[in-house]
Design a protein around this ligand. Structure first.
Ligand code: HEC
Length: 139
């Protein structure tokens, strides 16, 4: 009896795994449809190029700063000056990470080779990033 139960729960585990694999396949599409195609691509690039390992899989930060609401904000820099985070600043932050270092960060951000299309997509994503509470209300 115990044996039968064990094998039957193994089968339900297989079934559950299959169902959740199907659900997550659909879930991915639904999740991305909240974003414009460019922003969704930017998120995928940030995850695949390793940006997400420092900036969080949803831009929440970690080793690197959170990228929520960064566009248009005033970013204090390590040299005591500050900069308004416009598009040019973001492009420079990504292509020449050491040109302007955000205050409080000593770890240099690595330079990643990206095409200008990839950078555009990343910026489209950063433009729509906001803390999850705001994102949930908006969605
Ligand atoms: C090893 C960790 C690491 C990785 C990988 C990384 N970053 Fe960073 N990033 C940082 C740190 C640390 C800073 C702050 C210091 C600085 O300004 O360089 C930063 C700063 C930034 C900024 C400026 C943020 C602000 O608040 O002004 C942007 C934009 C950015 N990163 C985007 C990216 C993108 C896009 C990628 C992938 C191509 C990436 N980062 C990969 C660590 C990382």
């Amino acid at each position: 009896m115990a044996r039968y139960r064990a094998s039957s729960s193994r089968w339900s585990l297989v079934a559950a795994t299959t169902v959740s694999a199907l659900l997550s396949a659909c879930g991915g599409v639904t999740e991305s449809s909240d974003l414009s195609p460019a922003a969704a691509e930017g998120r995928a690039i940030m995850r695949s190029k390793g940006c997400a390992s420092c900036h969080g899989s949803d831009g929440g930060g970690g080793v690197g700063p959170a990228l929520f609401d960064v566009i248009g904000s005033t970013v204090p820099l390590a040299d005591g000056t500050s900069v308004t985070a416009d598009r040019d600043y973001l492009v420079e932050s990504i292509t020449e990470p050491s040109a302007k270092i955000v205050e409080g960060y000593t770890l240099p951000m690595p330079k990643t080779d990206l095409s200008s299309e990839e950078i555009d997509a990343i910026i489209a994503y950063i433009e729509v990033l906001s803390p999850p509470t705001t994102a949930t209300v908006a969605g």
